[in-house]
Design a protein around this ligand. Structure first.
Ligand code: ADP
Length: 612
């Protein structure tokens, strides 16, 4: 028997219709690419978005056609989104930080027909124009006067929409119609397209509006620093109009001073960005003795939040941090570290340990933790395994079925993340599967070490990679970019880590570098670092150990059963028994590990492996 409620397709045009009808005079403030602050409202954005729809129809766009944006977070970008999606075309957000050849690949793979671009990116498009023949029109999000002559034939957005009618029909199609397309950054292989539907975006919006998730309200002023081209600005371009929050769009200026200026001048209460942005803001605030008079909460995700950021916001500025995890493939919000009832009862320091985890899934996200044979692993807070996810806003297959079948038999998607789940349902990423350091058959979390090292007062940024080692397969190398004007000795960093991580996790060397490269979404680019360091030899590797190469055990990564009590074995045991050992940096066996305090995740999980 079917229910008898109304058939009301969940299409995203309804979100802006709602904002226009019920929050029409709520402001959308943008730092324009041209420079000045531009103030509009949801009613104006709605009206102009309808004009965008008519411009696109006039250019021959049909439902299902891909229309790309190459743009910063501004009111115009929002108009473009809703104008494209409202008529059933697909809004393809291009990430301008990608290399030109990746952009060419993505634009051609998506078969984009129109690109709406900011002035900033005209040189990029001019450089690749002859390699993207399928693109029929380029619309520049500016006035005619700013067009210049870099891209012959480019059209001026303001001229087009001034001439277009604001009467356009939106929606009226199936809620499973494609709405948006976003490519993953392709650290392995070609970038792959995630094709969101209206329904998946609508449900993601409803879920993220929950007070335990983003929890934004009509009374909030929201500044999405996270770009709309990076996993949909974590849904804020949908959820802010959905609740009627004032929206502040930062344009291209994401440095500490510019973000601070907007936070204060617009009375921002809620913001969201990757850790590197907040690192820059905190540094700016400390240097300029700045204050945050209205900001209450920031959501931080995209990579793990270092403890120093959470403490800095909390203790120096009275701002609450919510750590969140997600990926392009999950629309993107997958978990958030908001407390449950039991955690809320804990003292602030114990709570902090949960804030640093990536958090728990909201309704709509199912998580599981499995080993290499796809067997479920315990949720004990220290056994780590592959994180899999399913739900109505999780990818089912990539655009054009790139990569083939990507779901397991139960319909779960393998995130490529390695994680633990604890008894409160809090997930903690220990690494990307490809970045984890495999030392003597055991796994070392590169993220955990680099987050701790980044908390050193002299460090601006820290990165940890695994470097080949003749005896242990890989050992950790810590790279540190010092703050301007600082000098440090390697020992200072090793001493700083001492006692915070198991001794066998201790980096074999510390390298001070001028630059820690960030990838297209602001995350540390480990692939490039590994490439740069490919000729580097660890001092411990140069010192010998080659005789042990043949002894290197076949890694057995996961520990389905609880770790047995530490028993001394040496690495020549060859009886096939479960071995339990921890290689120290000096290649001796070292069993020292700090016991976790109550409520705290163990810094390391010593796991057994079976030597094959
Ligand atoms: P890109 O690599 O293009 O940035 P995504 O934004 O989809 O692609 O990246 C998703 C990945 O980012 C996740 O699978 C995870 O590895 C990492 N990630 C996201 N949020 C966090 C977080 N809070 N802590 C640690 N890693 C995170």
């Amino acid at each position: 028997m079917q229910g008898l409620m109304q058939d009301w397709p969940l299409t995203v045009d309804k979100i802006l219709n709602h904002a226009q009808a019920w929050h029409g005079d709520r402001e959308v403030v943008s730092r324009s690419v041209e420079g000045p602050i531009v103030r509009t409202t949801y009613a104006q954005i709605h009206e102009r978005a309808k004009r965008v729809s008519n411009v696109l129809i006039g250019l021959g766009m049909q439902p299902g056609d891909r229309v790309a944006t190459l743009a910063w977070n501004t009111g115009r970008h929002i108009e473009a989104w809703y104008g494209i999606m409202g008529i059933g075309a697909v809004c393809h957000t291009l990430n301008p930080r990608l290399f030109a050849e990746q952009l060419v690949y993505i634009i051609n793979h998506a078969e984009d027909k129109v690109i709406l671009t900011d002035l900033t990116f005209l040189p990029i498009l001019a450089g690749i124009r002859d390699q993207i023949p399928g693109v029929k029109h380029i619309i520049v999000l500016s006035d005619e006067a700013n067009l210049g002559d870099q891209l012959p034939g480019a059209l001026a957005y303001e001229t087009l929409i001034a001439e277009a009618s604001s009467d356009a029909k939106w929606g009226g199609f199936d809620e499973n119609t494609a709405a948006g397309l976003c490519y993953t950054s392709g650290t392995t292989g070609n970038p792959k397209g995630v094709l969101y539907s209206h329904r998946s975006n609508f449900i993601h919006t409803l879920v993220t509006m929950g007070s335990d998730v983003l929890g934004i309200k009509a009374t909030d002023t929201v500044l999405p620093v996270v770009p709309m081209f990076h996993a949909n600005a974590w849904g804020l371009a949908f959820s802010a109009p959905a609740v009627g929050a004032k929206l502040v769009m930062p344009g291209q200026k994401l440095d500490g001073a510019s973000v601070h200026e907007l936070l204060e001048s617009e009375g921002v209460t809620f913001s969201a960005a990757v850790p590197t942005v907040w690192q820059m803001l905190l540094q700016h605030l400390r240097a300029s003795k700045g204050k945050l008079t209205t900001l209450k909460r920031v959501v931080i995700g995209g990579s793990a939040v270092p403890e120093s950021i959470v403490r800095g916001f909390r203790d120096e500025f009275g701002v609450d941090v919510t750590h969140a995890w997600g990926m392009t493939e999950t629309s993107p919000l997958g978990t958030q570290a908001t407390p449950n009832a039991a955690i809320e009862q804990m003292d602030p320091e114990a709570q902090l340990q949960f804030k640093l985890k990536q958090g728990r899934p909201p309704l709509g996200i199912q998580l599981k933790l499995v080993d290499d044979e796809d067997k479920d692993l315990p949720h004990d807070g220290h056994t780590f395994g592959r994180l899999k996810v399913s739900g109505p806003f999780v990818v089912g297959q990539y655009f054009k079925a790139e990569g083939g079948k990507i779901l397991d038999d139960e319909g779960y998607f393998d995130t490529g993340d390695v994680a633990t789940l604890d008894e409160h349902g809090f997930m903690q990423i220990t690494d990307r599967a490809k970045d984890v350091i495999k030392s003597g058959g055991e796994w070392i979390s590169s993220i955990e070490i680099e987050n701790l090292a980044a908390g050193h007062p002299k460090a601006e940024l820290a990165a940890v990679i695994g470097v080949a080692h003749p005896k242990w397969d890989e050992r950790p190398l810590l790279l540190v970019k010092l703050k301007a004007g600082e000098a440090a000795a390697k020992e200072e960093f090793l001493q700083f880590l001492d006692g915070k991580i198991a001794k066998w996790w201790m980096p074999d060397d510390v390298a001070f570098v001028d630059d820690i490269p960030l990838g297209a979404t602001g995350k540390i680019d480990k692939k490039l670092i590994r490439d740069r360091m490919k000729d580097y030899v660890l001092p411990t590797a140069a010192a010998g150990g080659s005789a042990a190469l043949a002894m290197s055990p076949e890694p057995k990564i996961y520990a389905p059963e609880p770790a047995p009590a530490p028993v001394a074995h040496h690495d020549h045991d060859d009886d096939g028994a479960w071995l339990h050992w921890t290689p120290g940096p000096d290649q001796t066996l070292d069993r020292t590990r700090a016991e976790p305090a109550e409520g705290e995740a163990p810094a390391d999980a010593v796991r057994p492996f079976r030597r094959s």
